[in-house]
Design a protein around this ligand. Structure first.
Ligand code: PA5
Length: 417
C-alpha cells in the first residue's frame, strides 16, 4: 500500500490537473531516461545494480560478518551512508553487530569516542566512497585502518571491505592490500545509491532483508513507469511541490508520528537539497518528528510566516500495541484508560492534519507498514519524484556545484595539491 492524499480544497486539485497536463512530456522523457544524464541514471532500473547475483554476493559476505563481528564500522558520508542508516536505524535485527557510523565528522572528540567503543570487540569495517577525495571518510579511513592493523595485523585485510568505483585510487588500494571490493556504481551519484551495494551491504550486515527491499523498489519502479500519467503518484507529488513553490511556499516539511523514520528524514533532506537547490531555485527540505516537535515548531507552523507546505508520512498498519491501564492515582489522564497508544498516535496525526491544513497546503504519503518492502518503495518513489521535480524547475538534478566552493577554500587552507 502506497498512496498520496491531498488534504486541501478542490481548488488545489483542479490546479494539479492543469499542472499534470502541462508537464506530461516531462514525465514521459524521465521514464525513457535521458542520454544527457547517462552518467547519473543507473538507479532508474533497479535491475542494473541490484540484480540477483549482486544481492546473493552481499548476502554471503554479510553472513560471514554477522557471524564474526561485534561491531561494524561504516565509513561514509552523505549519500554513502544516509540510505543504509535510515533503514538500519528502523529495522536492524536483534543479535546482529552494532553498527557504528564514522567518516561523517572531523571532530576529534567524536572520533576518539568511536575508537574507545571498538576496544575489546571483534571489528569489521566498510569504507564507502565514490571519489575517495572527500575529506571526512578519507581521513577517518586512515584512522580506523591503523586501528585495524594494530588490532589484527595482516588479518585486518579480510575485515576491511571497501565499496568504491572501478578504476579509482580506492580500487588500486584494495588490490594492493587484498581488501574485498564492492562496486560503487559509476553511473549513480551518492544520494541515489540506497538500492545498490552502497546501501544494501551495510543493511544486510544489520540483518535487513535486502531482497524484500529491492522487491519494493522494483515494484515502485513498475508503478511509476506506467503510460497512464494521471495515476502516477510520483508525478503528482512532483507537480504539487512545483505548484506550492509557484505559490510562494519555499519550504517543505516532512513529518511523521513514527520515530523510526528519524534517519530516513536525513536521507530525504539530502536527496532534495542536493538535487534541487541550485540556480537560486528549489524548495528547502526540513523535517519534524511529531508528536514531540509539535511542542516546539508546531507553534510556528500553525501561526508563523506561511512559508511552508507539509508532507506527512503516515504508516497505516502499526505492528506494536500498548494499552493505557487503569491507575489508582488521580493524575487527570483517566480519559485514556483502555485506549491503545497506536490509536492515540493516529488521533494526534489526524488532529494535526486538521489544524495545519487550514493554514498550509498539506499532503500525506501513506505507506502500508514500516518494513523492508515499503522502505524500498519509498526510496524509489522519492528518487523518481525528485528527478521529475527538478526537471519541472529546470535544474540539473545530478550535479552539485554548490558544495565545491567551501571545499576549495578548505583544501587550500589544508595545503592539498
Ligand atoms: O550524494 C552525493 O553525491 C554526496 O552526498 C556524496 O555521497 C558525498 O559527498 C560523499 O562522497 P564520496 O562517496 O565520494 O565520499
Amino acid at each position: 500500500m502506497f498512496n498520496l492524499v491531498i488534504h486541501n480544497d478542490e481548488e488545489i486539485k483542479s490546479e494539479l490537473d492543469r499542472m499534470l497536463w502541462e508537464n506530461k512530456e516531462v514525465v514521459k522523457e524521465a521514464q525513457r531516461g535521458e542520454e544527457v544524464f547517462a552518467d547519473n541514471q543507473g538507479w532508474l532500473d533497479t535491475e542494473e545494480w541490484a540484480d540477483n547475483k549482486s544481492i546473493y554476493r552481499l548476502e554471503m559476505l554479510s553472513k560471514e560478518i554477522r557471524e564474526n563481528a561485534d561491531v561494524f564500522v561504516l565509513i561514509g558520508v552523505g549519500g554513502s551512508n544516509n540510505g543504509a542508516r535510515s533503514v538500519i536505524s528502523a529495522l536492524q535485527k536483534e543479535g546482529t553487530p552494532e553498527i557504528i557510523y564514522a567518516g561523517n565528522t572531523l571532530s576529534p572528540n567524536a572520533l576518539n569516542k568511536i575508537l574507545k567503543r571498538l576496544e575489546g570487540k571483534s571489528v569489521y569495517l566498510n569504507a564507502i566512497a565514490k571519489n575517495f577525495e572527500t575529506l571526512e571518510p578519507g581521513a577517518s579511513f586512515r584512522v580506523f585502518r591503523k586501528y585495524m592493523y594494530e588490532a589484527y595485523g595482516d588479518a585486518a585485510a579480510k575485515r576491511i571491505i571497501v565499496t568504491g568505483t572501478k578504476g579509482s585510487s580506492l580500487e588500486r588500494l584494495c588490490e594492493e592490500k587484498g581488501y574485498p571490493f564492492l562496486d560503487f556504481p559509476w553511473n549513480i551519484g551518492g544520494c541515489y545509491t540506497a538500492i545498490t551495494n552502497v546501501g544494501l551491504f551495510p543493511m544486510a550486515v544489520a540483518g535487513v532483508n535486502i531482497r524484500e527491499l529491492v522487491d519494493g523498489a522494483h515494484n515502485m519502479q513498475k508503478r511509476l513507469h506506467i503510460p497512464e500519467l494521471e495515476n502516477n503518484i510520483a508525478f503528482q507529488y512532483a507537480c504539487l511541490r512545483n505548484l506550492f513553490y509557484q505559490k510562494g511556499y519555499r519550504v517543505e516539511m516532512l513529518a511523521s508520528f513514527e520515530p523510526q523514520l528519524r534517519w530516513f528524514y536525513k536521507w530525504w533532506i539530502q536527496l532534495f537539497a542536493e538535487s534541487e537547490g541550485k540556480d537560486n531555485k528549489g524548495v528547502f527540505p526540513v523535517a519534524s518528528e511529531f508528536s514531540e516537535d509539535l511542542h516546539s515548531v508546531g507553534q510556528f507552523i500553525q501561526d508563523g510566516s506561511p512559508i511552508m507546505f507539509e508532507t506527512f508520512l503516515e504508516v497505516l498498519e502499526q505492528q506494536d500495541s500498548l494499552i493505557v491501564e487503569q491507575d489508582a492515582l488521580e493524575d487527570g489522564f483517566d480519559y485514556l484508560e483502555g485506549k491503545d497508544f497506536r490509536d492515540i498516535n493516529k488521533i494526534a496525526y489526524k488532529a494535526t492534519v486538521m489544524a495545519h491544513s487550514r493554514k498550509l497546503p498539506c499532503i500525506t504519503i501513506e505507506i502500508g507498514s514500516l518494513d523492508e518492502y515499503h522502505f524500498g518503495q519509498m526510496f524509489y518513489f522519492f528518487q523518481f519524484a525528485c528527478y521529475l521535480s527538478c526537471k519541472m524547475m529546470d535544474v540539473n538534478a545530478f550535479d552539485q556545484p554548490g558544495v565545491e566552493a567551501y571545499k576549495e577554500w578548505m583544501f587550500d587552507s589544508l595545503g592539498k595539491r
